[in-house]
Each structure stands twice: as C-alpha cells, then as structure tokens.
Ligand binder design. Sequence first.
Ligand code: ZN
Length: 598
Amino acid sequence: MNQTPHPVRYQVLLQSPHAHLFQVTCILSHPNPNGQLFQLPSWILGSYLIRDFAKHIDNMQALCDQIPIPIEKIDKHTWRIAPCQKQVVLSYNVYGFDPSVRMAYLDQFSGFFNGTSLFVCPIGHEKSPYELSIIKGDAPYLQTWEIATTLTPHPNQTDTYQAANYEELVDCPVLMGNLSQYKYEATGVPHQLVLDKKRVGDFKRVCSDLEKICSYQIKLFGEPAPFSHYAFLTRVEEDGYGGLEHQSSSALICKPSDFPLPGEPTLSEHYRSFLGLCSHEYFHAWNVKRIRPLAFSQGSLTQEQYTTLLWVFEGITSYYDDLVLVRSGVISETSYLDLLSKSLSRVYQTPGRHNQTLAQSSFDTWVKFYKPDENTPNAQISYYQKGALVALALDLLIRTKTHHTKSLDDVMKALWQQYGKPSRGVGEADFESLAQAVSGLDLTGFFNQAIRGTEDLPLAELLKPFGIRMELKGEHAQLDLLKQTYTGMRLRKSDHDVTIQHVMMDSPAMHAGLSAGDILIAVDGRRVKPANVDQLLHRNLPNSTATVHAFRRGELFSVPLTFAKEPPLSCSLSVEDSTESDFYHRALWLGLSQVKPK
Ligand code: ZN
C-alpha cells in the first residue's frame, strides 16, 4: 500500500464494555489551520433512512499540540475545533448497544461496529490514507478476543489496520469477540465465514455451499472478483435476522438454528434462508457497492440521496439471491419454485401494489419503506419484493423474445462492464436503455407497466414457455374445501390476545369498521383465543355475517362482519412441460442439467 507519511490515525479503546462505550481518538497531523471541521454520517449505504448516528456521541474533547482547545458544534453532526497549526487529537465516546447490522454494539460478550457510527470524518481529508488501532481494555475477558475485518492488517503492528481513504475505512465493519472463523476459497480468492461466538453446526458443509454460491457469482460477472478477499461477519442471536452489504464483506445476523447440524441429511428452511441472505449480500458486492446509482456516487452520507432505481439494486439482487442457489446446485428446482411461489404470494397479498409504482417506492424509501405502519400494506409496495418479480419477468421476456440467445445475465454483465468496473454512476434512465441495447428489444411498454405502472405483470403467461404452471388460490385453500372465508385482517397473536395489525383496503373487515390496534374478543359470542382465531374467521360460509366484539383503546364495541370468499392471492407453481423445448428452456434458465430426467 502506498502510504503517505501522515495517515489520519484512529484509535478505538474497549475500556467500558459494560457501559457499551467505545472510546475513540482521532489523531490528525495537518488540520485546517483556520479551524478543522469533523463530520459524522447520518445514514449508512444499504439502509436508506436518516439515522442520525451522532446522537450516540458525547464527551468530545480536542487537544492542539497537547493543549486543550475549544470545540464548536455547527449542526447536529458537525464539529469545528479552534484554529490549530499543529497536531490535533480529538477524542470522544460512542455509545453502542444497537443489535442491528447498521450501527455499533459492545458488551462483555462481543463487539461490532460500522465506521459510520464511530469515525467522524476530518473534512478535506476524505482521500487521505487512514490507520485504525483497536486497543483492548483491562478486563480479563477482553484478552482472548479476536478481531475480524477486511481492512488491510498493518505490516508490523498488531490489531492495527489500514484503509486507502475514509470511504474504505467506514465500509469495512469490524467484529470482535471469541470468534469462530472458517476459511474457504472461491475461484482462488480467500473467503471467511466469521461467527461472533462458538456455535454448533456443520461448518464444513456451510463453507462448501458458500463456495458454490460465491464462485457462481464471480463467474457470472466475470473473473477476477473485484476484491482480494471477502468475509461474512456474522452475529448469531436467538431472535435475529438481517444483513448489510459492504465492498469486501457483509454484516449478517442469524439464529443459532440456521446452521445445519453435523450429519443432518436435509436442507432446512432456516438454512436455506441463511444461504439466501449470504447470496443476497454477496451479489451486492457488484450490484450497488460498485454498480452504483449516480445519485449515490455524487452525494454524501449526511443527507438523503434520491433515486428511482432502488428496484434495480434491491429487486434484481433479490431475484438473483435465490436463483443463484438453484443455479449453483445448492438447492433443488422444487425448492426454488417453492421460494419463488412465496415471493409471488407476498406481492399478490399486498394491495399497495395498485397504489404505488416501483419508481415511487424507490424514491420515497426515506419516508416510507423504513417507516412502516398499519397502513403500509395498503399504501406501499416493496421495491425488494415487486422489484424481484420485475427482474423475473424481464429475464423471462428477454429469454423468450430473443429465442434464448440473451438474458438478464447479459444485462447485468454489461452493467458491470460499462458502469461498475469504470466506477461510472448509473443515471436514472441508464438501466432501461442498457437493457434494450443488450437485448435488442423495444422494452418501453414493459418498463412503463412494470416500473411506472401499478398493474400486475403477466407472470403466468411468461412462465408458460418454461414449463411452469402458475395458479392462484385462496390462502387457506388446503384447510377445508368448503369453508374458506376471508376478512382482510392480518393479526398479531400474543400469549392471550389477538390484535389486528393491518386491515386490507376494501376488505370485509374494513367495511365492518374494524381497525388496526383493535383487540378481538369474540366472534358470534365465541371467545377469541390465539389458538382458535383462524378457525373462527376462516371456517364460515361466504356471505354469512357474524357479530364481532373488540376493544379499541380500552372501550368495548361490536360490529357485524360479513365474510367473503377467499380471493385467489396465494400462488403455487408446478412443473408441467407441454413440449420438450419447455424443459430445455427451463434448464437453461435455472442452470439445470440439460438431460431430461426420466
Ligand atoms: Zn439488499
């Protein structure tokens, strides 16, 4: 690494894990002599909400050549120190007790942080090299802790790392604790799966599956991989789930039960979803970390950056995450169709898809997607979920119309070659024009409907030439053939209570005057319990009416509720090859062996 003589140096002291405090020091040799500014990001790439990380900073002090100098706060996340011609040492505490992948966490069992939560950026020094030292405090348990990060280790100082610039410093999260580290290679590139604690599992199997997923993706975009090494930094928690992408690593949270046990012959749904999460975050190493919307490459992390393209970055990534599992041979075709039918059902069961377009969903993420409430299913459609279906439809359409000579893979490769590799931001109209150029098709009508319209896509029709039959049924169709009634309520069941979480637009519950937050008490005089509520609401005759008693903010009321027949919003997919070519087209799409099974 070509280091200038004076990198910006950061020290993180782990002195008070019980207080969840990181003690941070920044040493800057050449501050702005007129008064150096320091600024902390307000949001983190991959999670589009202003989170105001600065709220967890306190006790800031500055020394100029070892003499205390005043600090002035300019706005919620910017500080200016008094003019200083010599070395500045800025120190402060960061409180970290956030259990997500987005911020920072420290206790006596483990530690994790994103640089966006810990490191104030000395304005004007964004492009300088950085050095980070992590210093363990005195507590005996800290002495056995290890550190995992994809920052470059310092050649001669332990627990010290280097970054080429501020962006790299804050894009390499750090995991600390009594770690379990498993290593494997994908196309010759070193990879690591790191867990924050010792856990039981068949990690040889996990690494073998991850190797297939990672190798497939590297080859999809074309070797060599855009990083020299990669790490899945994983916190394992009883109730956790989540992931955040970075340039050469992912921060993940999963459950202990997500890992297969040694000797376990099958692939559980939990494990499949863990592999899907890894596949998703890994795909982002290309799609969003390097192939970036122009809006992000120009903007800063202190205010909102608007783009209509999040469906490209999250939706297409969500399409490929599971697709890569089947193409790399980690899951079967049946398992993939099961995942796909669940994704389709989620979109069909969201009335908000007729209210918000994908372009609007992307643009408004800052005020809508990350601030869900009881009205969200009626008002919004997720750019992840519908975005993945648009990617599916686009892929199938290109394959069919080009007689299987082109696919979405070719569009993604071109996106990588023309935008990702040369670090050129993707403009708002660029994805659509590139897809047309690569496929040679006029896709204007498709994009107008899919991205700027709210009608459903003709997915059943698009899946047919691939030998897949799509059917929509009632959600409880399998319960009882005669009694499947619909109310349009989504419920939250606790130990004793059943509370309405959402009421769907134009549903029987909405027409009856039931609302989110109502606690259900009785249906036709029969007491509602978590165990019997599904029977009470779904085993009725369509068009029959029941009296529903409920509490709203502590007051009892009753309303007549007329049940409807369940609308067909639950999707099932089955293989039904009508011709030999259906099978071969599906085999090409899903990367199956092209020998038709007997
Ligand atoms: Zn994502």
